[in-house]
Write a protein that binds this ligand. Structure first.
Ligand SMILES: [Zn+2]
Length: 93
């Protein structure tokens, strides 16, 4: 008879924490060190008030005002600003 008294030890291979390879994405000659930034950048560019990127934390609104962003390529501040009465640009419908 085969003794089944042995403790069944499940061999759970400890998964090594998969370190994501550093992905770099490029768009419009800008290199993003992660793709989240790229996504934000794309969203930023889709904003009707977006005119141009000055640097990764500053963009220009369609009214030529420089907008400081709270995060890299984060559309939030531009969006807020676009709703502000100080913004002289009105998006064409
Ligand atoms: Zn504006």
């Amino acid at each position: 008879m085969v003794k089944l008294g042995k403790h069944l030890t499940k061999r759970i291979a400890k998964k090594p924490v998969a370190k994501k390879p550093k992905l770099t994405c490029t768009l419009d000659d800008i290199t993003f060190n992660n793709c989240e930034k790229l996504k934000r950048y794309k969203k930023l560019k889709e904003h009707p008030y977006f005119q141009e990127v000055i640097d990764e934390n500053t963009v220009r609104c369609m009214c030529n005002k420089e907008i400081k962003l709270d995060k890299t390529y984060h559309v939030h501040n531009l969006d807020n600003y676009s709703k502000n009465k100080w913004c002289k640009f009105t998006a064409q419908p």
